[in-house]
Design a binder for this molecule. Structure first.
Ligand SMILES: N[C@@H](CC(=O)O)C(=O)O
Length: 478
């Protein structure tokens, strides 16, 4: 149905009919219909995902222009429009809710329409004059949502990893290693099953965390190498219908030059379109990291518990008053926030797994969910680790005397006596110490189990808490 003319609107037509669009809008009729269909979460596409789509459109316009598939000047105008968006312009024009049409056609058409309308302006035309620059025939030449969106998730994932998560992990690892150095001589009681265990060094706890994060970073690097294999060029069903024979290789090369990653064309386009395995793989690596990060943030909270009624082995830097009612209370807020973000990442991973197995025949239409969850997971994990490093890890201090007092009071010190007096004798000493309050040392001497000198040598906390070096076969240590 044709709508009444209004000076502030333009009329656009698609296969369903005419609609009026605000003249100021760069999006068009298909975007308008999508916003009406999907008023779901109010969450707009992530900027990194928009960047990924625009980068793809820039590369396709360059290549299709060069190959003569679209007029050169139209290709150039689309490239200029894409560069403007990448520089931060028109960002409010990407308006379709993240929970939207299957496969991502709505967001994809939003991108095509914004670029077409801006290209029209660049060419001195009115917005909406799609006979000159068409969102479908020019911006989308030789493409389909079905090859563009899985490519955009790959590019978005790579951009998010390189901009947020990897730098954040590197800084966190460096900060933990610095603390490991600082706390190297702080002896504390180990606790296993939340019960007293043999002594350890606080510095070694931090070194272990640094090592855990390094291993996760390596796992994420390995998983993300899958994202560098692009199925762009498959068009609607992975056959490449409507594409120029030289398009597939050239367009992957063009994207590689724009983002500076060693990208490769997928060896099988249908496989690249149908399988969500690369995203599941990266998401799984993120989940794995999140699980250990929860453990670390819970450890920080336990060690910091108190100040009067808990362990208080370390002090997390107070960053804000903790309580609305209890004055002078400071809570481990950065560690608490970290745990919650990690739970969200695990939830996203589960939804990604459900979406990934829901593909049918030539296409998996659940890609919008995967796109949002994967890129958001990477970004919130990166931001969380960065904030935790700056506002928590770097400012941690240790209560060395309290740590040592706990270690000295631990009944598990008798473990070091096992090889001298036997497990059963050592257990009897521990039991008596717990019942009478007498020190382990006193009881061993009273029972005449060891000499004073021998005991002093064995019950040396510094030595007990040092890590036994890895010795290789010829007897040399690392
Ligand atoms: N996802 C669409 C294709 C496209 O939007 O290009 C379909 O398969 O129907």
């Amino acid at each position: 149905m044709t709508q009444p003319m209004d000076l502030d609107v333009r009329i656009e037509r698609d296969s369903m009919g005419d609609r009026s669009i605000p003249c100021s809008a760069y999006y068009g009729i298909q975007t308008l219909r999508a916003t009406e269909n999907f008023p779901i979460s109010g969450i707009k596409p992530l900027p990194t995902y928009v960047d990924a789509c625009i980068i793809i459109k820039k590369a396709t316009a360059i290549v299709n222009g060069k190959l003569g598939c679209i007029p050169q000047e139209i290709g150039q105008a689309i490239v200029q429009a894409a560069d403007e968006v990448l520089a931060g312009k028109l960002r409010d024009q990407f308006v379709v809710d993240v929970y939207q049409a299957g496969a991502g056609t709505s967001h994809h058409m939003n991108v095509n329409e914004v670029l077409a309308n801006r290209a029209l302006e660049i060419l001195g035309e009115q917005k909406g004059n799609y006979k000159r620059v068409s969102p479908n025939d020019h911006v989308n030449y030789g493409q389909s949502t079905n090859d563009v969106i899985p490519t955009a998730i790959r590019i978005g994932g790579l951009l998010a990893l390189s901009k947020t998560l990897h730098p954040a992990l590197e800084n966190a690892i460096a900060a933990l290693e610095e603390k490991a150095q600082e706390f190297q001589n702080v002896v504390r009681s180990g606790r296993t099953h939340m019960q007293d265990a043999v002594p350890v060094r606080l510095g070694e706890n931090f070194r272990a965390w640094a090592h855990i994060l390094t291993e996760h970073q390596n796992r994420i690097y390995t998983a993300s190498s899958d994202l560098m294999i692009l199925g762009l060029g498959g068009s609607a069903a992975g056959t490449g219908l409507n594409t120029h024979p030289q398009y597939r290789a050239s367009v992957v090369q063009a994207i590689a030059e724009i983002i500076n990653f060693p990208l490769e064309p997928a060896p099988h386009l249908m496989a690249a379109m149908q399988s969500m395995a690369p995203f599941v793989n990266v998401s799984g690596a993120l989940r794995n990291l999140a699980q250990d990060l929860v453990k670390i943030s819970h450890d920080l909270r336990l060690m910091d518990s108190g100040p009067k009624t808990g362990l208080k082995e370390i002090q997390l830097p107070p960053v804000q008053p903790g309580s609305s009612i209890m004055p002078g209370k400071y809570n481990p807020v950065m560690a608490e926030m970290t745990s919650m973000v990690c739970f969200q990442v695990m939830g996203y991973d589960h939804a990604i797994a459900l979406a990934a197995q829901a593909g049918q025949l030539e296409l998996n239409v659940m890609m919008p969910l995967i796109a949002y969850n994967l890129i958001h997971s990477i970004e919130i994990l990166g931001n969380t680790i960065a904030a935790l490093t700056e506002r928590c890890i770097k400012g941690i201090t240790a209560y060395q005397e309290r740590c040592l007092a706990y270690a000295e009071g631990s009944l598990a010190l008798v473990t070091a006596l096992n090889t001298h007096i036997g497990y059963l004798n050592a257990a009897a000493v521990a039991k008596e110490s717990l019942e009478t309050g007498q020190s382990l040392r006193q009881i061993v001497l009273e029972r005449g189990l060891m000499s004073e000198e021998e005991l002093a040598k064995v019950l040396n906390l510094e030595q007990m808490s040092a890590i036994v070096p890895l010795t290789i076969q010829d007897g040399k240590s690392e």
